[in-house]
Design a protein around this ligand. Structure first.
Ligand code: ADP
Length: 438
């Protein structure tokens, strides 16, 4: 019987179809199954049946074709496709495919992680409609597609993208067109370089601060002596008895202004000197509390609600108490002023917590926030949005220097209109240790 040549696993399927055919039911005219050859090897057969009249009776004529090689080739292609799909899915870089108009056809899981969108939300959509491109980068993206249309690969090109939660990431993109003409598809590989960009920007800022610092130190130093002389002589003058009241008042003004000027030069010097912190093993919670104590009264006056959330078991670390106090004070006062000026009230949340192997101190206010274009400038010396006489623009650059000298990080985030958040991150250094490289 023919059934004995069929592979045991396929026998019932073939038998069912055979019976169905006898009953005159619809079955596929061509299908395949496995047979076992004389040597016991499995081979693939494709069967094609035609009903004929044989010696006056209806019969079925079967054509059996050996399709083993075709099946094996198909299987090999399927396996290699599967392998390729796995490579692409497990790539740490975002990999995507789009057509020449920028419509997405495919995106891998790294792409989903990078953008925060699932591929279902992206596939079928157009690159220019998704809202991930900054307007100023749209032209650049269009130019890359033009190159792709001309059959050229591109990159690496840097783009800043807006991801689902509204934050931004920097990516480096390489593209490769595949195919020809209208049907060309473009494979894109996008590597997340946000961290590298941040480091570059920090280095640039540190360099700029150092250069300005040197200049400022020189100027401040030169100004100190004449300012001391102005203060000294004006005090001498005021104490003389042969001057009328009006002249005395003017001289007092001269004295006061000279005092203010020397305060500015002191600030400049402390910004420029960047002296090594004098580190002791201290509690950050205590440092925060002692700093805020100094502001409690003024905050009440300014209608500012202060909320502290200090992680109780926060580890101690090696740090300079006074320098950190200066940092926390500056950040808190900035928040206070911003909220008071904008709304006449506000809420400042000060939080400490251990994040990975760092201590993070956050100051979150609900003031006016900081405009996107200013976020990068606030650490620049002399950058201030405050009125002349009110702000020097040195506060945050000094803070930056101090936190940097502690091998920590200072950064800020803001949604304009919803307030600003400042984060200080300090490494946890055991008693007596100086920290890496310190
Ligand atoms: P200054 O306080 O003298 O202006 P800073 O370097 O301390 O100098 O601050 C620079 C600028 O950063 C401020 O002028 C202000 O525009 C902005 N800024 C800092 N903190 C905040 C905040 N919490 N909310 C809004 N703007 C802020």
């Amino acid at each position: 019987p023919f059934i004995e040549f069929i592979h045991p696993e396929d026998r019932s399927m073939v038998a069912e179809r055979y019976i169905a055919r006898l009953r005159g039911e619809e079955i596929p005219p061509v299908y395949s199954f496995r047979v076992v050859d004389e040597g016991g090897n499995t081979r693939w057969a494709e069967i094609n049946a035609v009903v004929i009249i044989w010696e006056g009776k209806p019969a079925t004529l079967y054509f059996l074709t050996d399709i083993t090689e075709r099946r094996e080739a198909e299987e090999a292609v399927r396996r290699s496709e599967e392998k390729l799909r796995r490579y692409i899915e497990s790539s740490p870089d975002a990999i995507y495919i789009n057509d020449l108009k920028g419509n997405f056809v495919y995106g891998n899981s790294a792409g989903e992680r990078l953008l925060g969108y699932s591929r279902r939300e992206v596939v079928g959509k157009n690159l220019f409609d998704l809202g991930i491109l900054l307007p100023e980068h749209a032209l650049k993206a269009a130019r890359l597609l033009e190159l792709n249309a001309a059959g050229k690969p591109t990159g690496p090109d840097e783009f800043e993208l807006i991801i689902r939660d509204g934050s931004r990431v920097w990516v480096e993109i390489c593209t490769y067109p595949i195919g020809q003409g209208e049907n060309t598809e473009v494979i894109g590989i996008a590597r997340d370089i946000t961290e590298r960009k941040r480091m570059e920007q920090q280095l640039q800022l540190a360099g700029r601060l150092a250069a300005v610092g040197e200049l400022a130190a020189g100027v401040a130093h030169e100004l100190n002596n004449p300012l001391a002389a102005i203060q000294g002589y004006s005090q001498l003058l005021v104490s003389r008895n042969d001057l009328d009241a009006l002249a005395k008042k003017d001289i007092e003004t001269i004295y006061r202004e000279a005092l203010r000027a020397s305060k500015i030069t002191k600030n400049l010097l402390s910004f420029a000197r960047r002296h090594e912190p004098e580190k002791r093993y201290i509690s950050i919670n205590e440092t925060v509390e002692k700093t805020l104590e100094l502001r409690v009264h003024q905050m009440k006056v300014n209608n500012i609600e202060l909320v502290t959330e200090l992680q109780p078991d926060l580890p101690n670390t090696m740090a300079d108490f006074y320098q950190l106090q200066q940092v926390f004070m500056n950040i808190a006062v900035n928040a206070e002023q911003a909220m008071a000026d904008a709304h006449g009230k506000g809420k400042l949340i000060v939080r400490t917590q251990k994040v990975d192997d760092m201590i993070q101190i956050s100051f979150i206010d609900n003031g006016p926030g900081i405009a996107e274009e200013n976020l990068k400038k606030i650490y620049d010396p002399f950058f201030t949005t405050k009125d002349v006489g009110k702000g020097t623009g040195l506060g945050l650059s000094i803070c930056y220097g101090i936190v940097d000298a502690h091998k920590g990080r200072l950064y800020a985030g803001s949604k304009p209109g919803e307030g600003a958040s400042f984060f200080v991150e300090l490494p946890i250094i055991q008693d007596g240790q100086q920290g890496q490289g310190g």
